[in-house]
Design a protein around this ligand. Sequence first.
Ligand code: ATP
Ligand code: MG
Length: 261
Amino acid sequence: MKILAITNQKGGVGKTTTCVNLAASLASLGKRVLLIDLDPQGNASTGSGIDKAHLKLSIYHVLIGEQSLQEVVVKSEKGGFDLAPSNRELAGAEVELVNELARENRLKAAIANLGDAYDMVLLDCPPALNLVTVNALTAANAVMIPMQCEYYALEGLSDLVNTIKKVRAHLNPTLEIEGLLRTLFDSRNMLAQQVSAQLISHFGNKVYKTIIPRNIRLAEAPSHGVPVLYYDKASKGAIAYLDLAQEIVDKQNISKENKHG
Ligand code: ATP
Ligand code: MG
């Protein structure tokens, strides 16, 4: 089971858009997908067609140890995947967990309980390097970093990479950065082109080949509570996320082959 944390402490870089649309695209390729919303904003829940205001149970109850993950999971009927939803209540978890034992391991333990019910688990992180994000990095076996190719993009990246290194040293020795994803990309913008070239020269094949273009359909789809694939499947945004899903599946197949000699 692949557990992919989609994270960047910078806000508005396309984490949630990537989670919802990648989940739907992977599901359309036949994968069994669970999306876990780890942001009190609950945008991944809304974008998956789940009404976050009227949740009885959410990921908050899992992290504080009141419920198992299975008990809070709902179906995104429109997206074809399962979802562990979130809402404002999650903001309290940070404080409530401060004095708890093994507080960084809550999510990892909850996911371990799922057995092999899923092929892919996607973790939508909040825009912060907080305890919830550390839980995601501890549970994950790979990290995806969505980023906008702009002037300050690389600055924040070093803080994130340092956090990942710390988690690897103390909590999760096999954690790997799978890739950097270029999002909200405008190919006519010279600066975006330059930053993109810089990313490739620093990170080489850790930059996903697929680029997510700036596409209005991606911004519109959440207000209809559906992934873009079910809103406008011919849009550039829908095609890009299908390409990304295929790239990730291919990467996983290659790493499996390497492991088995
Ligand atoms: P936060 O840090 O607040 O959780 P985020 O990193 O999850 O934000 P999103 O919520 O996915 O970012 O995207 C921020 C805004 O940009 C949203 O309004 C979204 O609809 C829009 N958006 C994201 N990706 C694209 C894109 N490729 N093209 C056009 N609009 C996009
Ligand atoms: Mg988000």
